[in-house]
Ligand binder design. Structure first.
Ligand SMILES: CC(=O)N[C@@H](CCC[C@H](N)C(=O)O)C(=O)O
Length: 371
């Protein structure tokens, strides 16, 4: 299969979580082109699970790819750029999917001893597909629930051919954050008759910045990012509403609770000080990704001895990944795979080097063979 072509076709149809309808249909068409004798395919919401029968199976090895895009206007200038205005595969899930198809092709052409299952999982960027997918597999399709599971994420800052991971904690736990402020708006010329939510929201946004520096133990780590701040309607009306949208990242649950307590206290103080009402919604939250110690060490050993791959031990990162719900219940490993892009994840000009698709499926197939 021409994996670059597949990646580019997927790149053109990015869809956000649980709306991956065209993506699913595209994937189904690709799957139907494979010889079907060794395959079993099931559908879950906008996702798919594809099982490949092995030669002499003693276990089921899982590979998970995410399939959703992001609400970002693409600015790469590619001739294969997104045909969905305002949406882009800016986190590399198009590469992840093409890699998974390449792996599938190899598993069919050159079967390994064990059975393998490839999970095409929706909604990694939000609201989170891994937990409900895992629960559905467990309760409704237990023969598709792997005994161990692997996944990768592209790493723009690493050269192609590099894989990086570590035993134990790899990614942070996350909570989304949505804060709505509501007060009395009015005429721009009569501020004394209003409570300005643009000012209240801006004050809150600045105060939130002190939580990480003043309330989290410096030997611990946390992130509080407000990625979007909106207020008001037009230049000469004092804003009645403001909204902050963000995400919290910590390395453990007690820190997450602490950060949330401080957010709530600051919101109460802003309510009092700016005479407004504030509501907080924590949206969806993800568990940390914890790599299985033994499997991660074995993965790194294999990669170190594989010609054409540079294996590195990585640090933990504040990225979130709902793959953490798989590693919560199944031994698993997630790793970074270098794609050498000047622009990073979630950037409108992310430009992964597609030559990675010549390397990864073969490498993962060989890794699965010796498990
Ligand atoms: C790999 C990656 O970039 N994952 C996302 C996960 C987002 C989770 C959730 N929507 C949130 O914003 O908290 C990330 O931003 O790390």
């Amino acid at each position: 299969m021409d994996l670059v072509k597949i990646r580019r076709e997927l790149h053109q149809i990015p869809e956000i979580g649980f709306q991956e309808v065209k993506t699913q249909s595209y994937l189904k068409d690709i799957l139907s082109a494979f010889p079907q004798e060794r395959l079993e395919i099931i559908q879950w919401k906008t996702g798919l699970a594809v099982k490949v029968r092995g030669l002499n199976p003693t276990k089921l090895i899982g590979w998970r790819t995410d399939i959703d895009g992001l609400p970002i206007q693409e600015e790469t200038g590619h001739d294969f750029q997104s045909t969905h205005p305002g949406f882009m595969h800016a986190c590399g899930h198009d590469i992840h999917m093409a890699n998974a198809i390449g792996l599938l092709e190899r598993l069919i052409e050159d079967p390994i001893a064990d059975d393998a299952v490839i999970l095409f999982q929706p909604a990694e960027e939000g609201p989170g597909g891994a937990l409900p997918f895992r629960e559905w597999l467990k309760n409704e399709q237990p023969s598709f629930l792997p005994d161990q599971i692997y996944a990768l994420h592209i790493a723009p800052e690493l050269p192609v051919g590099t894989v990086a991971t570590k035993p134990g904690l790899l990614f942070a736990n996350t909570s989304e954050l949505f804060i709505d402020l509501h007060g009395k708006g009015g005429h721009a010329a009569f501020p004394h008759l209003t409570e300005d939510m643009a000012v209240a929201g801006a004050a809150l946004l600045m105060q939130l910045q002190t939580i990480i520096s003043r309330n989290v133990n410096p030997m611990d780590s946390a992130v509080l990012t407000v990625g979007k701040f909106t207020a008001g309607t037009v230049q000469n009306i004092i804003a009645e509403k403001a909204r902050l949208e963000g995400t919290i990242r910590t390395l453990n649950l007690p820190s997450m609770l602490k950060v949330k307590q401080r957010i709530e206290a600051m919101c109460r103080a802003i309510e009092e000080g700016y005479q407004c009402k504030i509501s907080i919604d924590y949206g969806s939250s993800y568990l940390e990704v914890n790599n299985n110690e033994e499997l991660a060490k074995a993965f790194l050993r294999f990669a170190e001895n594989y010609t054409g791959i540079l294996a590195k031990r990585s640090e933990a990162a504040m990225t979130g990944e709902d793959f953490g719900y798989f590693t919560e219940e199944l031994p698993g490993v997630m790793f970074w795979a270098g794609v050498d892009s000047e622009f990073g994840l979630h950037h409108s000009r992310l430009n992964p080097n597609e030559s990675v698709l010549e390397i990864l499926p073969k490498f993962i197939h060989q890794f699965f063979k010796q498990l």
